[in-house]
Design a binder for this molecule. Sequence first.
Ligand SMILES: NC(=O)c1ccc[n+]([C@@H]2O[C@H](COP(=O)([O-])OP(=O)(O)OC[C@H]3O[C@@H](n4cnc5c(N)ncnc54)[C@H](OP(=O)(O)O)[C@@H]3O)[C@@H](O)[C@H]2O)c1
Length: 262
Amino acid sequence: MEFKNKTILLTGASTGIGKEIAKKLAMISCRLILIARRTNLIEEYLSAINNKRADIEVIQCDVSKKESVIESMIKIKTRLADRQDKIKNNIDIAILNAGISYRTDITELNSKHAEEIFGVNVMGIIYWVEQLLPDMLNRKDGMIVGVSSLADSRGHAKSEFYCASKSAATKILEGLRVELHPYNIKVVTVKPGFVETPMTAKNKFKMPLLMEPEKAADLILSGIEKEKPVIAFPLPIVFASWLGGILPSRVYEFFAKRVKVR
Ligand SMILES: NC(=O)c1ccc[n+]([C@@H]2O[C@H](COP(=O)([O-])OP(=O)(O)OC[C@H]3O[C@@H](n4cnc5c(N)ncnc54)[C@H](OP(=O)(O)O)[C@@H]3O)[C@@H](O)[C@H]2O)c1
């Protein structure tokens, strides 16, 4: 699906991968709806881009709160209703990218972290899909892109809640892809390896094949254009994640218990 003349909604647009996707889409003639809590960060980088071609709306939303997502959808519909240009007033592509992670030692286990992670990484997708689907089903058109992770294949030590939330996201998107196929609604799952963003800046271990966020944004956008059902990168980590996923638990844990996790 090409981006020109489309209306594209993007969550998690204030930093990291979302910011780079937004900066690239801003140069295309389309309508962009950029969403995050820290909208000041979005306004800041937008003001530094010359020759923007997109028509851009910035909306403040906490994706982990259903009321906030509902309010945002009402705001979007109201703002788009006034437009008289050639871009249609429905959302064609929704890139649900907002996410959080905590790496915590077992001595600091806190259910609040789990609530927050599941709130953003899982419910943040579900609340938006709930708002987007009625119109997409009605039109029999649209694309939902959910950002999961290659960490979805196993429960890694110190990242149990994050891995579980991404595993849930992957399964939800997979089910939706099958169920929405007869309605001509495409569902895309994005599974990055390590990308250099504020999320990974706090990691104390060496991240293999750490990728620039600009490169990750390019791979995601070209995968969306090609309508790939799953966009996963980089290849060696895709392979490691796949292998980790198919290993019997005993074999996986034999090796995992021997790795010093920082
Ligand atoms: N970086 C990696 O290595 C990596 C690897 C695999 C998958 N991913 C996934 O890629 C996505 C983007 O991550 P990133 O690395 O770019 O991280 P990031 O720089 O920390 O960006 C996270 C984005 O999510 C938004 N967000 C967080 N909580 C939110 C909430 N409650 N409501 C609305 N927006 C919220 C943040 O905006 P505000 O705080 O301003 O609201 C920010 O724009 C995430 O889903 C992440 O899990 C990242």
